[in-house]
Design a protein around this ligand. Structure first.
Ligand code: NAD
Ligand code: MG
Length: 335
């Protein structure tokens, strides 16, 4: 293993003694950070808008909630856990007026710092603890006595203590129990975007959609097509997750394994590799970030149109009907 990994013994948790941690936002990540830190004895305050629906939830947990500007003023550590598209405005309005060299600014994803949507003063420590799990999982695992792994990165370290302080925060949210892997804001941001675009979200959905359409156009029943190219994917991914490609291939039939070797490289061939490289280049040179920030500022017209188109396609209507019929699947809808 060449990557640097930190564990419990590397954390100096006394660094949080007498320090107040301000958590901006109480969504997926915010609630998990705030509650885990609080349970570890850290002084926590949550920053939310007056009308926020999350306010009641945080207060019901016994957390103190106040405005983002007040939180920025009174906290030693400010962790920004509002949506990435909101962070620039929140920084300008609520954090910038009171940020100074006595405070540490923290993030759970590098987008706004890496693409310079937020430019903190040079005398402020800026670091990242990025948990590698959804917030609800992070809280659940912590309550069960363990933790989820995180990434740690340092953007600016004028105090010379940014890493030690970030690791203490990582201990506070429970990640030291699982290990914290060292990265940079650039690496975390670019690989995160590349992963979700080419594989996890964009790649997988397009692969399934194209295969489904080809089977249906060729006259096969949509329900059968759904089972073959969509439903079974989870079972295969579970095997990969547990034992890598080798274990998955050991578990499937020899016919499936042979077909895998023969067909896979034709489906994802030179053309797809070239597309992935273009996508990576657009992430690296900032074109993707610029386009997304502009789309968001215009009220997301293309995003809304794509959401409508994608959610009403046949793959989705057939899938919803089948999932309702399957007792083994707990069908979920956006709320
Ligand atoms: P979220 O959408 O779940 O929660 C956002 C919270 O911010 C909500 O409580 C909302 O009320 C609050 N909020 C919105 N606008 C606000 C404002 N102007 N002032 C104060 N509060 C405001 O967000 P999330 O998914 O937890 O993401 C937060 C950060 O964590 C992002 O940087 C994201 O990239 C990162 N991250 C998320 C996950 C995840 O599992 N969702 C995992 C790793 C990192
Ligand atoms: Mg990610």
């Amino acid at each position: 293993m060449t990557a640097t990994v930190y564990y419990d013994k590397d954390a100096d948790k006394t660094r949080l003694d007498g320090k107040r941690v301000g958590i901006m936002g109480y969504g997926s990540q915010g609630h998990a950070h705030a509650l885990n830190l609080r349970d570890n004895g850290v002084d926590v305050v949550v920053g939310l808008q007056a009308a926020s629906k999350s306010r009641e939830k945080a207060e019901a947990e016994g957390l103190r909630v106040t405005s983002a500007a007040e939180v920025a003023k009174e906290s030693d550590v400010i962790m920004v856990l509002v949506p990435d598209t909101v962070q620039g405005a929140l920084y300008k309005e609520a954090i910038e007026p009171s940020i100074d060299s006595s405070k540490t600014l923290m993030f759970a994803h590098g987008f706004n710092i890496h693409y310079k949507e937020i430019v903190p003063p040079p005398d402020v420590d800026v670091s990242m603890i990025a948990p590698k799990a959804p917030g609800h999982r992070m809280r659940e695992v912590f309550v069960g006595g363990s933790g989820v792994p995180s990434l740690v990165a340092i953007h600016q370290d004028p105090s010379g203590n940014a890493l030690a302080n970030a690791l203490a925060y990582g201990w506070g949210v429970g990640s030291m129990r699982a290990g914290i892997v060292a990265t940079t804001f650039k690496e975390e941001t670019e690989t995160d975007l590349f992963g979700e675009q080419t594989v996890l979200c964009g790649g997988v959905t397009s692969l399934v959609k194209n295969a489904f359409e080809i089977l249906v156009e060729a006259g096969y029943q949509p329900e059968i097509a759904y089972f073959e190219v969509f439903h079974e994917m989870k079972l295969i991914v579970d095997l990969m997750y547990e034992g890598g490609l080798t274990y998955m291939r050991y578990s499937i039939s020899d016919t499936a394994e042979w077909g895998d070797y023969m067909a896979g490289k034709k489906v994802i061939g030179p053309e797809s590799r070239a597309a992935m490289k273009t996508i990576l280049a657009r992430i690296q040179d900032g074109s993707f970030a610029k386009e997304w920030v502009e789309e968001d500022a215009r009220g997301r017209p293309n995003m809304k149109a794509a959401r409508e188109r994608e959610s009403t396609q046949q793959l989705e209507t057939v899938g919803a009907r089948l999932r309702e019929m399957m007792p083994c699947v707990d069908d979920k809808k956006p709320s």
